[in-house]
Design a protein around this ligand. Structure first.
Ligand code: FES
Length: 109
């Protein structure tokens, strides 16, 4: 696991019960605020590429906006097909003052 945290959003822009997509040139992150707890998942739905950060939060799950597959936000586990190939990656998150930071995963070696 990387300790290379990068700032990605302001906590004031992500109130409880909301989510957002953050796209950079090489990386897409879905940020979620579930009852004050911040989580980050890969933004790309493994089904057909929908933006999970634009989905609907239902408790601890997000429903993909394209075809309604649901993913467990704290773990990335896909409810519809709970096998590892359908799960989405979770990223470490920390909040420093008002800045949400996430750990960029190390590139495969
Ligand atoms: S692209 Fe997400 S459920 Fe189809």
């Amino acid at each position: 696991m990387s300790s290379d945290f990068i700032p990605i959003a302001n906590i004031n822009d992500l109130p409880p019960g909301t989510c957002t997509s953050i796209e950079t040139e090489d990386w897409g992150v879905a940020l979620f605020n579930v009852d004050g707890h911040i989580f980050a998942l890969n933004n790309t739905c493994p089904h057909a590429g929908g933006p999970l950060g634009e989905g609907i939060i239902e408790g601890e799950h997000v429903a993909c906006p394209w075809h309604d597959w649901k993913f467990h936000i704290p773990t990335g586990i896909c409810q519809k097909n709970p096998t590892p190939s359908w799960n989405v990656a979770c990223y470490e998150v920390r909040v420093v003052e008002e800045t949400i930071q996430i750990a960029r995963p190390s590139p495969p070696s």
